[in-house]
Design a protein around this ligand. Structure first.
Ligand code: ASP
Length: 357
């Protein structure tokens, strides 16, 4: 009780003193209070065409925003051909698939995440259970896996033949001073086609605002391929890989989680939107912050980050954006998915830099 009293007093004192995030008085209303356009909008990373369509269909039929985005990303989590998420995701350095996910439900302000969970194809569903069926926000590793088992998620093999083969090629090519021989080293067949998976990021983030202005989001991933066992990226961390404020908007991310984790950038994007920035400007400002704080060892010769990072965001008014550190990477244009009532479509991300240099 004493703690609660103290917290209330501190908040009251802060409001009285006019202290708030980024110098804005804490008592100031969020800039975006009502929606001029009561049209639901869903945004996601570029791999979310079907996810956005599913989420849109569900919110249009009155389903809760969080259930809608989770159902959307479940399609990708269960797709064995998407090697960045759920079933078929690329494993850690020991060949074990460990998944990260978080969810945030605007109307109830509940949030949940799981990190390095094993043997569950749909970690987003477990993240929702953490949010609604525990008094915690984040469960990781063995504890997260056991929690999923307690809720009836049977142990599932997440490695597919293809993802196992990619991991094996990576392991065989790590060093010529161990006993693992690749087919080329053994004088056998070429491994053409596997090179692009040597180091691989990939994730789906999906956010929605419905016709009532309720907002939710989810992020789910197998994380960085061949990571050290137990590594969690930004995806399960509220404020980094995902952040939702029902009064303002939502933001989630894909790309180098370590760069996002140290800036809590999804939180930053939502705070900038709270202060009136358009989603696109908010996301570009967050990317600028990250680029400006990147350690020298992660900079290109041209002084730019040697990694990519992307944000997908929307506000309560239904304005949205995708923004990428790079507009073009290895000849591929940065795109995100939006659905505002018709078919899902790709749009180009706003970019902080055109290309790596
Ligand atoms: N952000 C994810 C992570 O760092 C990976 C990704 O989005 O590609 O785990």
């Amino acid at each position: 009780m004493a703690n609660n009293w103290n917290r209330r007093e501190i908040v009251k004192a802060g409001v009285a003193a006019g202290i708030g995030t980024f110098g804005v008085p804490a008592s100031a209303p969020a800039v975006i209070r009502s929606r001029s356009m009561l049209r639901p909008v869903v945004v996601s990373s570029g791999n979310g065409l079907q996810a956005c369509a599913k989420a849109m269909e569900m919110v249009q039929s009155g389903v809760d925003t969080l259930d809608a985005v989770i159902a959307g990303v479940n399609i990708v989590e269960l797709d064995p051909d998407d090697m960045s998420v759920g079933y078929g995701g690329l494993p850690n350095e020991e060949g074990v698939v460990q998944l990260d996910s978080s969810v945030m439900h605007g109307p109830s302000r509940r949030a949940g995440g799981v990190g390095a969970i094993e043997g569950v194809k749909t970690p987003s569903k477990v993240a929702k259970l953490v949010a609604f069926r525990t008094d915690h926000v984040l469960l990781v590793g063995e504890g997260a896996t056991r929690f999923a088992r307690a809720h009836g998620f049977g142990a599932q093999e997440l490695l597919t033949d293809r993802s196992r083969e990619v991991w094996l090629r990576w392991k065989e090519n790590l060093s010529d001073r161990d006993d693992w021989l690749s087919p080329e080293q053994a004088g056998e067949v070429s491994t053409a086609g596997f090179e692009s998976f040597v180091r691989h990021y990939g994730t789906i983030n999906c956010n929605v605002v419905d016709a009532e202005g309720n907002i939710s989001g989810v992020t789910t991933t197998s994380g960085l391929a061949f990571k050290i066992p137990g590594r969690c990226g930004d995806s399960p961390i509220i404020g980094a890989g995902l952040y939702v404020d029902n009064e303002v908007g939502a933001c989630g991310s894909t790309g180098r989680g370590e760069a996002n984790l140290v800036e809590c950038a999804s939180f930053l994007v939502v705070e900038l939107m709270r202060n009136g920035a358009h989603p696109k400007d908010a996301a570009l400002a967050a990317l600028q912050r990250i680029a400006g704080k990147t350690a020298p060892r992660l900079l290109t010769d041209g002084g730019r980050p040697n990694f990519n990072l992307r944000f997908y965001c929307l506000n309560k008014a239904g304005e949205y954006a995708g923004a990428s550190m790079y507009g073009d990477l290895q000849g591929r244009t940065a795109r995100f998915v939006v659905n505002d009532g018709g078919d899902s479509r790709h749009e180009d991300c706003a970019a902080l830099f055109d290309a790596m240099s």
